[in-house]
Design a protein around this ligand. Structure first.
Ligand code: F6P
Length: 320
């Protein structure tokens, strides 16, 4: 394969730039030409394509966001949009494509592979960690660390005022950001879409912790359940402790990627290009049991994300 394309799609995630760098540099290593497609599938449909050089990706390994920019593209769901995307690839002689994005972006990649025969490799780039086939997605670790930084600060003020903090984190339908940031911040309670919550139990847990000498409580709620504001309003009618909501919001999508995300980016990007160089397409890359893996894209997108109940129980046992 002599010429490959690269795009980032869907919500951005810290580490996407490091992955772009890894793809471009690995491609050049193998003697390929690498074309950057701006604004995800929208840019592919509208022919926003530029060649990338060794130095196009200098000084971006540490940057959040995505140099190629990104978009959520509804047109890619239509046959017309898909045909235009394929036309752009043909026009530039692009023989293989690397797509960095989440679940929705992989569905676009699957269509290009399956229906139009474009060898495509998916790199999981989303803060949500909602893809079953990989233990971690790119950006998740940095996003959780950003949440931890904010929750640490909330703990300071909540303890001073003996309050209950309800902190809303992202994750779409997945509770992983809430689960990991809850455990790692020492939150007493997490509320996730995967497990129905019981307000009486939550109130008892708060009361028990106060009876045991605790001066504040942190409840991390995943956005897929309800907003922090709504949850705090409901909780306040069951308790005399003062409750305050905080929504972390898009702050958790930005920032310099953590060591873990930079390492994943380097390995995912390199693996994606190695596959294309071997003439292999229609795969996604990921990490499982600390090993970089690749898997059939159709199989990967059909897997249903499971929740780690053991980690949830761990939180219940150690945070009180
Ligand atoms: O998929 C990443 C994500 O940040 C989700 O956690 C969140 O639900 C969504 O994107 C927000 O999307 P937008 O930036 O388009 O509001």
């Amino acid at each position: 394969m002599k010429r490959i394309g690269l795009l980032t799609s869907g919500g951005d995630a810290p580490g996407m730039n490091a992955a772009i760098r890894a793809v471009v540099r690995s491609g050049i290593y193998f003697g390929m030409e690498v074309y950057g497609i701006e604004r995800g599938y929208a840019g592919l449909i509208e022919d926003n394509v530029t060649p990338m050089e060794m130095r196009s990706v200098s000084n971006i390994v540490q940057c959040g966001g995505t140099k190629l920019r990104t978009a959520r593209c509804m047109e890619m769901l239509t046959v017309e949009g898909q045909k235009r995307a394929v036309d752009t690839l043909e026009k530039h002689g692009i023989e293989g494509l690397v797509v960095i994005g989440g679940d929705g972006s992989f569905r676009g990649a699957k269509v290009l592979s399956e229906q139009y025969g474009v060898p495509t490799i998916g790199i999981p780039g989303t803060i949500d960690n909602d893809l079953e086939y990989t233990d971690y997605t790119l950006g998740f670790d940095t996003a959780v660390n950003t949440c931890l930084d904010i929750i640490n600060k909330l703990r300071d003020t909540m303890t001073s005022h003996e309050r209950v903090s309800v902190v809303e984190v992202m994750g779409r339908h997945c509770g992983d950001i809430a689960l990991y940031s809850g455990i790692a911040s020492g939150a007493e309670i997490i509320v996730v879409p995967e497990i129905a919550f019981n307000m009486d139990e939550i109130v008892s847990r708060i009361n028990r912790s106060r009876a045991n000498g605790k001066h504040s409580n942190i409840i991390v709620i995943a956005e897929g359940v309800m907003t922090a504001e709504e949850f705090a309003r409901q909780l306040q009618s069951f308790t005399l402790h003062s409750v305050r909501p905080t929504c972390i919001g898009h702050v958790q999508r930005g920032g310099s990627p953590s060591m873990m995300d930079r390492m994943l980016a380097a390995q995912f990007g390199n693996k994606a290009v190695r596959l294309l160089n071997d003439g292999i397409g229609n795969r996604v890359v990921g990490i499982r049991d600390n090993k970089i893996i690749d898997m059939d894209i159709i199989e990967a997108v059909s897997m249903k994300k499971t929740f780690n109940y053991e980690l949830y129980e761990t939180l219940q046992m150690i945070s009180m």
